[in-house]
Design a protein around this ligand. Structure first.
Ligand code: FE
Ligand code: ZN
Length: 515
């Protein structure tokens, strides 16, 4: 349908015509039948026109802006690839962060694309529909630009070959994946808080600003470019999430307790997923810009604190879990890396122990915890490796029913004791890593008892390829599971020292500098 726009119209009227003016109320079918989902969560909306569009962007302007960004992005990516930019990164350990990014984060961008397309269809107000449409397009752009940038590494290094297969199966990838599965099996308003608030405001800010600065610092212009190009869309996304929260709170006082519960839940879920980013920053970047703890203080405690001050006038309070997160910031990256180091035989990237100068950096950044709790363990691992006993844990850990992270976190008040919580539901026992995860389960047990937990699935025999016989003599369950994950054993996984990636990188770099 052509919309004739009179050039003499003011900006505001023009914007209204090209967005709100495109909506209509249905007559052949009742609106409630056309939009069946935007009421069942209990959120009450009285006037959809009160929705504010902070960016006042029309579709034609959107395409122009995005096309401009794409042109710059692909020019840089091409130049980086053609100049063998991958040989300019600090050292080959860095490349492992990209494997975790490509397998654990880029598929989420695609899931966000699908989620916003779905939610945009379910909102009967035109304002949020247009905003969701743009975000849906942004998200597929993020998935594509990340895959395109990192495909260059797939020509030279192991572990980049199967992200979309792995996200559905591999044990640690079920952590970010279950976050998104949880979000897009919720109603449209909860999805907006889960992604628009928790994912965009809590999570991607920490990923795209300090972590991507780290990528730039380590010489990776490809990751830097896709990261900053995505981050320029994030301003719009964060505003959308925030606008949605404010809109709900302004529409009806009954919405407050529902919104508060979602904010509490999704802040905790986002915080748990960020454990992976903490580990990437403290252990996987050879050159570090800042510690995980510092990043958490700037981007969550300070920036997030300002956000909660802003929301206080609506009656929103800081999530309870913030108190635990303030203690956890001293620990989670070390605990996660210790776990991945031990389970490095079942990962799609390499693991290693930090060098002694890197341990000194950690001591300096974590004066309260690193020397006391983690250094002795890491020095012991390193000694064992030197003596020819590189340790691999071949058992299967218990997982948290909600966040799906192995039970590796400690009690908030006692860093020497693993934190366990449990709930009984319909005659079964369920296990949790924290009070936050237990509360989320207890509120909606029917949802979380359906969780696809990788360890349970392995025990039930659901992670072997068709035709594999677990009763055959000499059956090796770990090897069969890795085959099912498409992890190439001895190439994609295990210790970094001596890996094919390490050797190739060193050889190619030497060749680049010599005749
Ligand atoms: Fe994105
Ligand atoms: Zn948990």
């Amino acid at each position: 349908m052509d919309v004739k726009v009179n050039k003499k119209l003011g900006l505001k009227e023009r914007y209204a015509l090209m967005t709100r003016g495109l909506g209509w109320d249905t007559t052949y079918q009742p609106m409630d039948k056309v939009f069946p989902y935007d009421k069942f969560e209990g959120i009450k909306i009285h006037d959809w026109d009160k929705w504010e569009d902070p960016f006042r962007m029309t579709m034609d302007a959107y395409w122009k802006y995005q096309a401009e960004k794409e042109r710059k992005l692909y020019a840089i990516i091409d130049a980086f690839a053609q100049n063998n930019g991958h040989l300019g990164v600090t050292d080959a350990r860095y490349i492992n962060t990209l494997k975790l990014f490509l397998t654990g984060i880029s598929p989420l961008e695609y899931m966000a694309h699908r989620g916003f397309a779905h939610v945009g269809r379910q909102m009967r107000g035109v304002g949020p529909r247009v905003a969701c449409l743009m975000q849906s397009l942004d998200e597929i752009r993020h998935a594509q630009t990340q895959i395109h940038s990192m495909s260059n590494y797939n020509k030279y290094y192991n572990g980049f070959h199967d992200p979309m297969h792995m996200i559905e199966r591999v044990w640690y990838l079920s952590v970010p994946r279950s976050f998104f599965d949880d979000a897009y099996t919720a109603g449209p308003f909860e999805f907006m808080i889960a992604i628009g608030f928790s994912f965009e405001y809590v999570l991607t800010n920490l990923l795209f600003v300090p972590f991507i600065s780290g990528a730039a610092y380590n010489g990776d212009m490809g990751a830097m470019t896709f990261g900053f190009s995505a981050q320029s869309d994030e301003a719009r996304h964060m505003t959308l999430g925030l606008e949605c929260i404010k809109f709900m709170l302004e529409q009806d006082p009954d919405n407050l307790p529902i919104v508060q519960r979602w904010i509490d839940k999704w802040t905790w879920r986002g915080t748990r997923v960020l454990t992976l980013v903490g580990m990437m920053m403290d252990y996987m970047l050879p050159k570090r810009v800042m510690s995980w703890k510092e990043a958490w203080e700037i981007y969550f405690e300070q920036n997030g604190g300002a956000l909660f001050n802003d929301l206080a006038r609506y009656g929103i309070t800081v999530p309870k879990c913030a108190a635990q997160a303030a203690l956890d910031k001293e620990h989670v990256s070390h605990q996660a890396w210790a776990t991945f180091y031990q389970y490095g035989a079942a990962a799609d990237f390499h693991t290693w122990m930090p060098s002694s100068s890197e341990m000194d950096w950690l001591s300096e950044k974590y004066p309260n915890t690193f020397d006391k709790y983690y250094r002795p363990r890491f020095e012991y691992f390193a000694e064992q490796h030197k003596a020819g006993n590189r340790f691999y844990n071949l058992t299967l850990p218990m997982l948290c029913q909600t966040c799906q992270i192995p039970m590796l976190f400690t009690e908030p008040a006692d860093p020497t004791k693993i934190c366990y919580r449990e709930s009984d539901y319909k005659g079964e026992k369920y296990h949790f890593c924290s009070d936050g995860c237990k509360e989320i389960f207890d509120h909606e047990p029917e949802k979380y008892i359906q969780a696809w937990l990788p360890v349970h699935q392995i025990h039930q025999g659901n992670c072997f390829d068709p035709g594999v016989d677990p009763a055959a003599p000499g059956f090796n369950p770990l090897a069969a599971v890795l085959d099912h994950y498409h992890i190439n054993q001895g190439r994609d996984n295990m210790e970094f020292e001596g890996s094919e990636d390490q050797r190739n990188f060193a050889a190619w770099r030497t060749m680049a500098a010599k005749n």
